[in-house]
Design a protein around this ligand. Structure first.
Ligand code: E4P
Length: 217
């Protein structure tokens, strides 16, 4: 499973990237706002730091304007994935931008039928939003499983990018189902290293080691 980091905070991306945990980055208008940075400048900085795809989202609502914005974003670096919303206009933009050889991430996906359309429009990534479905009492993981089945049934090579990951359990379940990629905030990725039995075991080992009176260095 590939890990994308869902943030525009470059210091946090750098820390995870140094550990080899970053296969790509996703941003959106809300994350750009949170960073307080200029979209073109921060996207360029991230794309230079990370080898994998860096998603940058268009903000136009009409297909022709999305295409123009997408072309501009794609010029930032070779590893830009243009992010378009899952609307009819977004699908039109996806078809054109992917046809021009750009990676396209179709975002705000909340149904299997939407994911099917995105694959047919040539999406590189489809981003089903797990957490936002959970927020309205629906099971986001059912959607990931349905898309996996449909894409496998018909051999689509669009990658399932499990998005809106809010917990370590989301990450675990998405991996079990076979999402190709997950994008998660840095805090969730770091929390995946934690286990209470690891902490308890380490505490015992440290206490016993102190009793030996030995030192390694
Ligand atoms: C990723 O591409 C999305 O922008 C992101 O995962 C949304 O997450 P949220 O629902 O926690 O805002």
């Amino acid at each position: 499973m590939k890990f994308f980091v869902d943030t525009a905070e470059t210091d946090q991306i750098a820390e995870l990237n140094d550990l080899g945990m970053v296969d790509g980055v996703t941003t959106n208008p809300s994350l750009i706002l949170k960073s307080g940075r200029d979209i073109l400048e921060v996207t360029k900085e991230i794309a230079e730091m990370v080898e994998g795809p860096v998603s940058a989202e268009v903000v136009a609502l009409k297909a022709d304007e999305m295409i123009a914005e997408g072309r501009k974003l794609a010029k930032i670096a070779d590893n830009i994935a243009v992010k378009v919303p899952l609307t009819w206009d977004g699908l039109k933009a996806c078809k054109v931008l992917s046809g021009e050889g750009n990676m396209v991430n179709v975002t705000l996906c909340f149904s299997a039928n939407q994911a099917l359309l995105a694959a047919k429009a040539g999406a590189t990534f489809i981003s089903p939003f797990i957490g936002r479905l959970d927020d309205i009492n629906l099971d986001g993981m059912d959607l990931i499983a349905d898309i996996r089945t449909i894409y496998d049934n018909y051999g689509f090579d669009t990658q399932i990018l499990a998005a809106s990951i809010r917990s370590v359990n989301h990450a675990y379940q998405a991996a079990m189902i076979g999402a190709d990629v997950m994008t998660a905030p840095p805090a969730v990725i770091k929390k995946m290293a934690e286990h209470p039995l690891t902490d308890a075991g380490l505490e015992t080992f440290m206490a016993d080691w102190a009793k030996t009176g030995q030192q390694i260095l």
